[in-house]
Design a protein around this ligand. Structure first.
Ligand SMILES: Cc1cc2nc3c(=O)[nH]c(=O)nc-3n(C[C@H](O)[C@H](O)[C@H](O)COP(=O)(O)OP(=O)(O)OC[C@H]3O[C@@H](n4cnc5c(N)ncnc54)[C@H](O)[C@@H]3O)c2cc1C
Length: 459
């Protein structure tokens, strides 16, 4: 069967790997000159390092993404914790840890939370009650319509607790604040990451750039099974005949025939391919309401190895998470006293940072970083760079409808992190959606082959 996949982000790549493996003739169409979508690396002109479009992490609970890396042979390029352990700095340089101990879930976080210094005792007791509510209360239909902020307030959480604890996890996980996320999506994150098992929240960080981690290896995997990637190929229109998608038409007019198509495009670009009546029909009518949020990464190179962590979270200041790429790439080896150190300040829900240029970001964030991590105080900043992703992820807002895999066209399937996987906008969601679309597309052929012998039997 000939399958054409529009969009070579992670969802398109995952679908292509699956379909090529099953022996289908796969063509991936990507409008940019490179594949990877929201996950790619560029070469830094001065240092030669691979800089990602945004620092990405995975968690042990993101099992399908981990499985995808295993399939393409790069699982060893992730650096995994055994259990989650995150240093958290406050604005004045006080350090505390959030970590899982070898206790059954959900008690595993309790010892570190009891010692956590960035919340007063009364606030910690409140948060503990909130965690019990997240784990015990049954999901209700309202959860999808209510913001997590309101859900927490209704369970006695204070503004301080929401800002200093709940947002500490929700902002990087969902790329929006508790008040912008649906209670359903935020509770999902806490349940999957922290409440089912003591190892689920363990963090995995790529030791190499994302292009080397999963883009190039996936493309090799697809090519070795006869599939092809065409870059600079902007899909402009679906070719619909007799209620089926007969193929895709590129913006330059070229028509590519297909037995089945997977649209692994961001919602706004998928909308552009659809004609007027189709746009108004489910599931396509949900696409226009998907909003996105930006992420900003500020790269800093210091003259010496000074940040005493591989990654850390921050509270009470503008910093959120900082990654020490030098240590991560050295597989956690202790920093050498001499030599440049590359840190990445990762800012989620970054709407207010988007108008700021590199210099303005430096003026805002560098003094805060030096204050929060005192060992950085005397380090000399050698250079810096900024990478902004305006539409980094979809916002899991209250009331958001996420389309499923199937469409009114029997041979067109949707993939993309935004589809209805249950997961937030993650690599996990992208891989799951791609695999689901591939499985649905594969069913077309198995249905056809079930019919074929019967037809052949007719004299
Ligand atoms: C800065 C940043 C940080 C992130 N951090 C994390 C993290 O820590 N952990 C995590 O799990 N996830 C993270 N994510 C989210 C994750 O990267 C995405 O959810 C995932 O990569 C989305 O993949 P996708 O294939 O669904 O969509 P996309 O990557 O958007 O792929 C869609 C593809 O379609 C192509 N396309 C668009 N229009 C057309 C057209 N007309 N014709 C042909 N091709 C077209 C695009 O160029 C793109 O390649 C982050 C994202 C960003 C941007």
């Amino acid at each position: 069967m000939k399958v054409v996949i529009a969009g070579a982000g992670l969802a398109g790549l995952a679908a292509a790997c699956e379909l090529a493996d099953a022996g289908h003739a796969v063509t991936l169409l990507e409008r940019r000159p490179w594949a990877g979508g929201k996950t790619y690396s560029v070469r830094d002109r001065e240092t030669g390092e691979q800089l990602d479009n945004g620092q990405h992490i995975a968690m042990r609970c993101t099992a399908e993404y981990a499985g995808f890396l295993g399939r393409i042979g790069t699982a060893h390029l992730m650096r995994w914790q055994r259990r989650v352990r995150v240093p958290v700095f406050d604005a004045d340089g006080r350090r505390s840890h959030l970590r899982a101990d070898a206790l059954p879930a959900p008690l595993h976080m309790l010892p570190s939370f009891a010692l956590y210094r960035h919340l007063p005792v009364v606030e910690k007791l409140r948060v503990a009650r909130g965690i019990v509510a997240v784990s015990r209360e049954r999901a209700s239909a309202d959860d999808g319509e209510t913001s997590f902020g309101d859900w927490l307030r209704a369970r006695g959480q204070s503004e301080r607790g929401i800002g200093a604890f709940w947002d500490l996890i929700v902002v990087p996980a969902l790329n929006c604040r508790c008040d912008e996320a649906s209670a359903r999506q935020a509770r999902f994150v806490f349940r999957e990451g922290f409440l089912h098992s003591s190892t689920a929240a363990a963090i995995g960080v790529p030791k190499v750039g994302l292009s080397e981690l999963h883009v190039a290896p996936a493309l090799r995997y697809i090519a070795s099974r006869g599939g092809e990637l065409r870059t600079g190929a902007t899909v402009g229109r679906l070719i619909v005949e007799d209620g089926r998608v007969a193929g895709l038409q590129l913006a330059d007019g070229e028509r590519i025939a297909a037995d089945a198509c997977v649209a692994a495009l961001p919602p706004a670009q998928l909308l552009e391919l659809l004609g007027e009546p189709a746009r108004a029909r489910p599931p396509f009518d949900a696409l226009a309401s998907v909003r996105t949020a930006p992420i900003v990464n500020l790269h800093l190179w210091f003259d010496a190895s000074v940040a005493p962590f591989e990654f850390a979270a921050f509270t009470g200041c503008d910093l959120q998470w900082v990654f020490n790429r030098t240590r991560i790439e050295a597989d956690g080896a202790p920093a050498t006293p001499v030599g440049a150190e590359h840190l990445v300040v990762s800012l989620s829900a970054a709407g207010r940072f988007m108008p700021l240029d590199r210099q303005a970001l430096l003026e805002l964030l560098l003094p805060q970083l030096r204050r929060a991590v005192p060992s950085l105080a005397s380090a000399i900043l050698l250079r810096s760079a900024v990478i902004k992703e305006p539409d980094a992820t979809f916002v899991p807002a209250p009331g958001l409808r996420r389309p499923g895999t199937r469409t009114p066209y029997p041979n067109l399937f949707l993939a993309g992190a935004y589809t209805d996987t249950g997961w937030p906008a993650t690599m996990e969601s992208a891989v799951r959606s791609g695999r689901a679309a591939a499985a649905a597309a594969g069913e077309i052929e198995s249905r056809a082959s079930q019919r074929r012998p019967l037809a052949a039997a007719v004299p």
